[in-house]
Design a protein around this ligand. Structure first.
Ligand code: SF4
Ligand code: SF4
Length: 307
């Protein structure tokens, strides 16, 4: 069976710019990006920077904006990783440049998105088609674009050191569960489309944790799902806990994972409802059947009379 590559991030998806070598965390690379390079900020335009839920959380906190305002001002909708899962990417200005770039560099550098931190090192998972990626072989690859002069700099370090410097490990920890959802969906292909409700739910959890929080606390959510008090207190006050809770909820509602327990009384009520509606349908079918028999009998009588 063919292996399935599942690239995670990286601004450049053009295979011809990828050096055909598998790198490990201990592989050495030569690369440095700093304000002195002749290409400084050349890579901050004409790109798709997909934002993960963690990226959005960080950025809107830095900019002190509500989710709605942040989404409206700085993003544009996109389907993530060529799936039918909707997310957002940074909305470029009229010149195709990132709204956060200036001649001096990135104005949100400390909180820059995951994709900007990964560049030019991508991470790939190879796993057998059909499996869930548990035993995926992970490796790294280097993207080398002609305009990027960082590869000519005389700074050599391991991928591990470079990732630590860029704060990529934290991004991995925060993004992995979300990426797994996307990759799982991707591995299904388009044999079955995600329902509109499923897409809306994915979009809400991925882009607007404020809305998700109000969905939990101001709807019938807590009448349906069993959530212990400790978890409730956490997700009320801690956005990271809320985000991870959202991933669990998505895994359950989109892929049937047993991540959240539905309340027993809800299940009993649902079964009763199904039984009632089944009973109603049976009664209706019986009524129609009896009417057909009566029609047939009447017709037979008429035929006999006519003879
Ligand atoms: S967020 Fe910063 S690093 Fe990323 S593209 Fe924009 S300006 Fe460049
Ligand atoms: S060295 Fe590469 S990553 Fe750094 S600014 Fe230039 S193009 Fe961008």
């Amino acid at each position: 069976m063919a292996d399935k590559p599942t690239t995670m991030f990286g601004k450049d998806k053009n295979p011809s710019n990828i050096i055909p070598t598998k790198y490990t965390l201990d592989s050495k690379i030569k690369f440095r990006c700093h304000p002195g390079v002749s290409c400084f900020t050349a890579c901050c335009g004409n790109i798709d920077i997909i934002l993960t839920p963690f990226d959005i959380l960080r950025l809107r906190k830095l900019l002190n904006l509500s989710s709605d305002e942040f989404l409206l001002r700085f993003t544009t909708p996109v389907f993530v990783e060529k799936t039918d899962m909707p997310g957002v990417k940074i909305h470029l200005d009229e010149n195709g440049r990132c709204p956060f770039v200036t001649d001096e560099g990135c104005t949100i550098y400390e909180e820059r998105p995951s994709a900007c931190r990964y560049y030019p090192i991508g991470m790939a998972n190879f796993h057998q088609a059909g499996d869930d990626g548990c035993d995926a072989e992970k490796f790294f690859f280097v993207v080398k674009e002609e305009h990027c002069k960082g590869h000519e700099e005389d700074k050599s370090w391991t991928i591990r050191e470079w990732r630590a410097d860029q704060g990529v490990d934290l991004c991995d920890d925060m993004n992995n569960e979300w990426m797994q959802l996307v990759m799982r969906r991707k591995s299904y292909g388009f044999q079955a489309n995600l329902s509109e409700a499923g897409q809306k739910m994915f979009f809400m959890v991925s882009t607007n944790l404020e809305k998700f929080k109000s969905f939990i606390f101001d709807s019938s959510f807590l009448d349906t799902y069993e959530v212990d008090d400790e978890t409730l207190a956490k997700i009320k006050n801690d956005d990271i806990a809320l985000m991870f809770f959202g991933f669990k909820y998505l895994a359950g509602s989109l892929f049937g994972a047993k991540t959240l327990k539905i309340k027993d009384e809800k299940i009993t009520a649902q079964v009763a409802k199904m039984k009632t509606s089944q009973g109603d349908r049976e009664q209706e079918a019986e009524k129609v059947y009896k009417e057909l028999i009566a029609d047939r009998d009447a017709l037979t009588k008429q035929l006999h009379k006519a003879k």
